[in-house]
Design a protein around this ligand. Sequence first.
Ligand SMILES: Cc1cc2nc3c(=O)[nH]c(=O)nc-3n(C[C@H](O)[C@H](O)[C@H](O)COP(=O)(O)O)c2cc1C
Length: 200
Amino acid sequence: MTETPRVIAVCGSRREGSYTRSALHYALDAAAAAGAETDFLDLGDPELELPLYHPDWDAEGTGDVAAALERVRRADGVLLGSPVYHGSYSSTFRSFHDWCSFDEYEDTVVGLVATAGGGSFGSTLDHMRITIRGVHGWVHPKQVGIRNAYEKFAEREAATADGEIGAAAAHELTDGDIADRLGELGEGVAESAVRLGSSE
Ligand SMILES: Cc1cc2nc3c(=O)[nH]c(=O)nc-3n(C[C@H](O)[C@H](O)[C@H](O)COP(=O)(O)O)c2cc1C
């Protein structure tokens, strides 16, 4: 039985000032407050070597791929975030996802977050849900989509002053409703991971 669930956030934006990354930190903080042990895998981290998926290459021996997969595999819950790109998810999200398989997602609860510069995020969340089903993840029904993201976040000086990207939310959400929903998602993923673990 999983009493202390492990929840990892995986950010599918490489943008330095990514709103997806900040949104995921809100959800991950809520998972921690619900008792989860947390981790953050920033696919945009320049220190990480995660080459474009290649079917002839083994994860072992391909940059940091095997280590990143291991971090996802040991998690009971995954908070997955992608920017909305051309009505779908980003290539960064997809390439890492193609390295993943049942091994990473079987018996794993997944919370989805999509961040749009414009007005719609529905297809991105739908595409993420379908491809997570493909690796047997259990997608939580409380997904969060953020439209017009540029209007929903403000720079947070303390978090950006040390230049550490991914260490904390670099932006403050100015929309309380979205902050609440991200919190409910993080909490929901942590709690559902415990429930799924105890039913095994
Ligand atoms: C290649 C590309 C495609 C995009 N396509 C869309 C789109 O289809 N719809 C939309 O609302 N915004 C689109 N955007 C804007 C992004 O969704 C927006 O910049 C978002 O904040 C990116 O997330 P991030 O801040 O986490 O990087 C696109 C941006 C890029 C770079």
